[in-house]
Design a protein around this ligand. Structure first.
Ligand code: BG6
Length: 465
C-alpha cells in the first residue's frame, strides 16, 4: 500500500508583516507554535528576501521560522499583486491564512484585492484574520462585515480580540458555570455592584500615529472590556460550543443599553500631548469610564461600571463583584463595620480568583476583619500561561472558532459605545490626570453618585492583596 502523502505545510500571509503588531505579537507567537508553518510577509515596504528573514529572526528569536519565511512586495491597490500572491500560496490543499495586520484604513482595498483575484472562494482551508479595531463606529463595522461576507463564508473569517484568548478570560465560564456555589447568587438579588477595570501602566509609547486617531474607547472599551463584561454577565449557554457561547454574549450585549455620555468620564494623562506624533491640541481620551445599564431580568437595577486607561497606577485587568452586605451584625449593642464580600476575577497580572470575606479577628472579643481566599491560576499546572496570540493562531490554524467574537457582537459593541464617541468628538475636553494615578476624579464621583460606592482595585483594598 502506498503511504498517504503528508499534508502540505500551512501558509500564513501576513499583510503588514514589518509593522508593530507583526513584530511584537504575531511573529514571536508563530515561533513559539513551531511546526512546519511557512510565513509569507506581504506589504508595501521594500524588503529583500534576506532582510525580511533577518527581521523575522530578530523579532521572533527563531532562525528556523526565518528560514521558512519569505517576502512579497505588494501594491495593495493592484490586482496583479494579488494574482502573483495567489500563485505563491497555492499548493495542493494547504491551509492558507491571510492575516490583516495593517491599519484598518487598508482593510477595504486588501479585501477587495483578495476577492477580485479569486483567493477567497477556495474553501474553508483558506481563512482570513482581521484585527481590531474592526471599523470606527457601528456604521463602518457593518460595512466591513458586509464586505467580509461578500468574499468569505462565516467559517473562513476570524475576528481577533486577543483578550478572549487569554486563559483567565476563558476561565470566567468555568468559574461561573462549573461551580454551583456562584451561579445561584449571580444576580440583582445578591450582587451590589460589578466593576471591570483594564488598567495599563504604560503610555502610548511610539503608537501615536494609531492611538491619537482612536483613543481608549475604540482601542479597549468597545472590544476587550465589553467582551469581559459579556462573559461576566451573560446567561448560561446551552453548550460550551463557540456558537452557543457567542449567542449568549450577543444576547447580553443586546441588553446593554447604549452608553449615556452623562454617565461617562474621559481623561487624558498629563504629558500625553508631548508624545511624538500626537496633535498639539489633541482631545483624544487615554482613559474612559462609564456606568453600564443592563436591561434584563438578571441585572435590572445593578450599577455596573467599566474603566480603562493608560498611564494608570499599575497594570491590572480584573472584574470585581461586590455582594450585598450581611443584613445584621450587632455585637454588644454596637453595629459592627460591614465587610462586603468581594469576588475578584484577576485576569492579569497575578492571574487568579480571590474571595474577600469577613472573618473574626483571632483572640478575644468579636471583631470582624477582612480576609482573603485565593486561587493562584499558575498553581493549576502552568508554569507560564500560553500567550494570547499563540492561542489565537493555534485556533485559526486548526479552524476552531472558540475565541473569536461574532460579527453581530462587534456591531452591537459599537452601537453601545457610539453615543460616547459622538458626544466626545462634538465638544468638551478630557480631564487631565497625573500619570501613575487611578485616573480622573470625575470617575470617582461617577461611581459614588451612581450607587457603586467607590472604585475597588484589588491590592488597594484590605483582604485582596
Ligand atoms: C491592544 C491595544 O488591543 O491591547 C493596546 O491596542 C493595549 O493599546 C493592549 O495596550 C493591551 O493588551 P494586553 O494583552 O497587554 O493587556
Amino acid at each position: 500500500m502506498t503511504k498517504a502523502a503528508a499534508p502540505p505545510p500551512p501558509r500564513i500571509v501576513i499583510f503588514g508583516a514589518s509593522g508593530d503588531l507583526a513584530r511584537r505579537k504575531i511573529l514571536p507567537a508563530l515561533a513559539r507554535l513551531g511546526g512546519d508553518l511557512e510565513v509569507i510577509g506581504a506589504g508595501r515596504s521594500e524588503h529583500s528576501a534576506d532582510s525580511f528573514r533577518e527581521m523575522v529572526a530578530q523579532t521572533s528569536g527563531s532562525r528556523e521560522l526565518a528560514r521558512r519565511s519569505r517576502w512579497v512586495s505588494l501594491d495593495y491597490g493592484s490586482i496583479d499583486s494579488y494574482r502573483a500572491l495567489g500563485q505563491i500560496v497555492d499548493g495542493a490543499g494547504a491551509t492558507v491564512v491571510y492575516y490583516l495586520a495593517t491599519p484598518p484604513a487598508t482593510f477595504a482595498s486588501i479585501l477587495d484585492g483578495i476577492k477580485r483575484a479569486g483567493l477567497s472562494r477556495r474553501g474553508d482551508h483558506h481563512r482570513i484574520v482581521v484585527e481590531k479595531p474592526l471599523g470606527h463606529d457601528a456604521e463602518s463595522a457593518r460595512r466591513l462585515n458586509r464586505q467580509l461576507e461578500q468574499s468569505f463564508s462565516d467559517r473562513q473569517v476570524f475576528r481577533i480580540d486577543h483578550y478572549l484568548a487569554k486563559d483567565t478570560v476563558q476561565n470566567v465560564l468555568a468559574l461561573r458555570f462549573s461551580n454551583s456555589l456562584f451561579e445561584p447568587i449571580w444576580n440583582r438579588t445578591m450582587i451590589d455592584t460589578i466593576q471591570i477595570t483594564a488598567a495599563e501602566e504604560e503610555g502610548i509609547g511610539t503608537r501615536a500615529g494609531y492611538y491619537d486617531h482612536v483613543g481608549a474607547v475604540r482601542d479597549m472599551l468597545q472590544n476587550h472590556v465589553l467582551q469581559l463584561l459579556a462573559l461576566v454577565a451573560m446567561e448560561p449557554p446551552t453548550t460550551f460550543d463557540p456558537v452557543d457561547v457567542r449567542l449568549c454574549k450577543e444576547e447580553l450585549l443586546r441588553a446593554v443599553q447604549p452608553l449615556d455620555p452623562t454617565l461617562a468620564v474621559r481623561g487624558q494623562y498629563a504629558d500625553y500631548l508631548k508624545a511624538e506624533g500626537v496633535a498639539p491640541d489633541s482631545r483624544r481620551e487615554t482613559y474612559a469610564a462609564a456606568r453600564v445599564v443592563i436591561e434584563n431580568w438578571r441585572w435590572e437595577g445593578v450599577p455596573i461600571f467599566l474603566r480603562t486607561g493608560k498611564c494608570l497606577r499599575r497594570r491590572l485587568t480584573e472584574a470585581v463583584v461586590r455582594f450585598k452586605e450581611a443584613p445584621h451584625l450587632r455585637v454588644g449593642g454596637r453595629r459592627q463595620r460591614g465587610i462586603p464580600t468581594l469576588l475578584v476575577i484577576r485576569f492579569q497580572p497575578d492571574e487568579g480568583i480571590l474571595v474577600r470575606i469577613g472573618a473574626k479577628r483571632p483572640g478575644g472579643g468579636f471583631e470582624i476583619v477582612p480576609a482573603g481566599m485565593k486561587l493562584e491560576y499558575r498553581r493549576l499546572g502552568w508554569q507560564e500561561l500560553p500567550d494570547a496570540y499563540e492561542n489565537v493562531l493555534n485556533e485559526v490554524l486548526s479552524g476552531g472558532h472558540a475565541v473569536f467574537p461574532s460579527a453581530r457582537e462587534i456591531e452591537r459593541s459599537w452601537e453601545i459605545v457610539d453615543p460616547l464617541l459622538t458626544a466626545w468628538e462634538a465638544d468638551g475636553h478630557p480631564e487631565i490626570y497625573p500619570a501613575g494615578s487611578w485616573g480622573p476624579r470625575a470617575a470617582d464621583d461617577l461611581v459614588a453618585s451612581q450607587g457603586g460606592g467607590r472604585w475597588i482595585s484589588s491590592g488597594d483594598e484590605p483582604g485582596t492583596e
